[in-house]
Design a protein around this ligand. Structure first.
Ligand code: 3PG
Length: 210
């Protein structure tokens, strides 16, 4: 479980949080991100197209990690697994999700916004968490503080992070990757500006590495 989540998060410092409004755009959008250097795709289950997009992407893009985001119930966890998701990300943690995820074949990155929530998952064996909503839950300074008592835990912060701030998070020892929707602006997606998406991904990766 841990090894697989670590493999996902270490493959790429940026995790685009992707919501598919038009299924016909899914593949072109994700190909554009991959062309820009992205290796992880988090497809949210916020629209009816989420599961179908995961199925498509797993077939078409076998060399990148494709997972499901905004998973809020055990039922949708199972549906995402059946669709081929390779990882599951939740916005928050419930006892049911935590218990299901720790024994599931497809690993889960549970969402937390406080240390107390994190400690519930920690007690069950989780060591990697999504920190959400990162900017309003304390941002970089909260994560620095979390490292004091829990130096064996790492986070993928998302929520309010932008190209300009990704690097501040990635500079922390307890941040494995950062996520967000800034890599898929609605304006570019609606205009099918796939070159624009590729440029934005490449520029964001360069900025957080450079
Ligand atoms: C998520 O689920 O991670 C968030 O919706 C990302 O938030 P953002 O739009 O602030 O990047």
């Amino acid at each position: 479980h841990r090894a697989q989540i670590q493999a996902v998060l270490s493959s790429c410092p940026l995790v685009p949080v992707i919501t598919i409004d038009d299924l016909d755009h899914a593949l072109a959008l994700c190909r554009a991100l991959v062309a820009g250097g992205i290796k992880i795709l988090e497809i949210t289950l916020r629209t009816e197209h989420g599961l179908a997009a995961i199925r498509q992407l797993r077939n078409a893009l076998p060399d990148v990690w494709v997972g499901a985001g905004t998973v809020t119930t055990v039922e949708s966890y199972r549906e995402a697994e059946a669709a081929g998701a390779q990882f599951i990300i939740t916005p928050g943690s419930t006892p049911a999700l935590l218990e299901h995820g720790i024994n599931a074949t497809v690993p889960m990155l549970p969402g937390v916004s406080t240390l107390s929530e994190m400690m519930v998952g920690y007690g069950l064996g989780y060591r990697e968490f999504k920190f959400f909503p990162a900017e309003v839950a304390g941002g970089v300074r909260a994560l620095q503080a979390f490292a004091g008592p829990f130096d064996d835990v790492s986070f993928c912060p998302t929520g309010g992070i932008r190209q300009e701030t990704a690097r501040d998070y990635l500079g922390l020892d307890n941040v494995a990757a950062v996520g967000g929707t800034w890599l898929t602006p609605k304006k570019l997606v609606d205009a099918s500006d796939w070159d624009g998406i590729t440029r934005l991904a490449a520029e964001s990766l360069q900025r957080c590495r450079g």
